[in-house]
Write a protein that binds this ligand. Structure first.
Ligand SMILES: NC(=O)c1ccc[n+]([C@@H]2O[C@H](COP(=O)([O-])OP(=O)(O)OC[C@H]3O[C@@H](n4cnc5c(N)ncnc54)[C@H](O)[C@@H]3O)[C@@H](O)[C@H]2O)c1
Length: 316
């Protein structure tokens, strides 16, 4: 079994650690300072509470999971003895490259270094590494403890053995890893997500509908089908002649914007960043934020329990 270390304990880092610990693997997690670790510990406690309340496991299991996660502000302590390191630090290219340089001076060349980057190509991330053969992208989705998909992306110089080790460790974490045939920015999930987001912004900017109605058009229609059939199988079920005919007149009318839309750009300039600071497209009081976040977690847990039943695990 690989010995996993996770670098970064923010939104994604502590939730990836939770996934590993839930699957019975001990993990060491690095945070930049005590405040960073306190936030991670708080996030971990609340996630475990929601998971226990929704019947994924009992209190004793929650305690065991917590004990599997060891936090530290010492990078040396966290990477010591690791066989597979997952880097989950901010999406800043130079910061990530600096971290790999530091790591290569600290661990043997047999240690796999994986990045949770949201979209940088692995060949770009690894371009200054001494041993890029041990580098691979493992892109988890937020919230990582509840979303099964992990995109695995190899760079031009990544070894097959590195890919195999990453796929094995993710499978052991009860994830659904998919391996891309080639590297491209944004991988698959974010390319699809941002195609939808670009069109949603174009509709909003043009005044075609309100933000509420644009969101409703997704959650009450295609959103209802997407958990069951992806876009290609959905097309098969609708009839490819129909989907092709619509593609042929509609594509030319879809947004081809190369930057964020007007409304989004203005909101960001005004520091209206969404749930995290009270206002974005919507207004986010603490009560509404708690309600929507809880609803989303409960629904994700419902899906996860279904997956576990399908896989013959105890999803009750
Ligand atoms: N948030 C998401 O929805 C999401 C989803 C998928 C992938 N990602 C990717 O995961 C990575 C981390 O994102 P996040 O949302 O968890 O970020 P975050 O800001 O919540 O956490 C980043 C963590 O990195 C560490 N860190 C901060 N500055 C550092 C530095 N200078 N050197 C070393 N470590 C430092 C800290 O532990 C910090 O908590 C990014 O590459 C991001 O693109 C994020």
């Amino acid at each position: 079994m690989e010995k996993i270390s996770i670098l970064g304990c923010g939104t994604m880092g502590h939730s990836i650690a939770l996934s590993a610990a839930w699957a019975g693997q001990a993990v060491k997690v690095y945070g930049v300072n005590d405040k960073d670790l306190e936030n991670a510990a708080k996030g971990l406690r609340s996630k475990l509470k929601v998971m226990a309340e929704n019947g994924l496991f009992n209190e004793a299991e929650a305690k065991r999971i917590k004990e599997h996660i060891h936090f530290s502000t010492s990078l040396a302590e966290v990477v010591e003895g690791a066989t597979l390191i997952i880097e989950v630090i901010p999406e800043v290219l130079e910061l990530k490259k600096e971290m790999y340089k530091k790591l290569e001076g600290m661990v043997g060349e047999e240690v796999v270094i994986a990045s949770n980057t949201s979209g940088f190509k692995p060949s770009l991330l690894a371009e200054e590494m001494d041993h890029p053969n041990r580098f691979v992208v493992t892109h988890f989705w937020n919230p990582a403890h509840l979303i099964p998909l992990v995109e695995v992306v190899k760079g031009a110089r990544t070894d097959e053995a590195t890919v195999e080790r990453a796929m094995n460790v993710l499978t052991a974490m009860n994830k659904k890893p998919i391996l891309l045939n080639k590297e491209l920015p944004g991988f698959i999930g974010n390319r699809l997500q941002y195609a939808l987001f670009r069109e949603a912004q174009a509709l909003l900017d043009s005044g075609a509908a309100t933000k509420e109605d644009i969101d409703a058009a997704v959650t009450y229609s295609i959103g209802r089908r997407l958990p069951i059939t992806g876009p290609l199988m959905t097309a098969d079920m609708g009839g490819l002649d129909v989907f092709s005919a619509i593609s042929n007149y509609l594509f030319e009318d879809l947004s081809k914007a190369e930057r964020s839309g007007e409304v989004l750009t203005k909101l960001v300039e005004e520091q209206k960043l969404g749930d995290k600071n009270g206002e974005g497209f919507y207004k986010w009081g603490s009560d509404i934020s708690e309600k929507i976040n809880a609803e989303r977690e409960q629904t994700l847990i419902y899906f996860l329990k279904n997956d576990m039943k399908l896989n013959g695990e105890d999803g009750k």
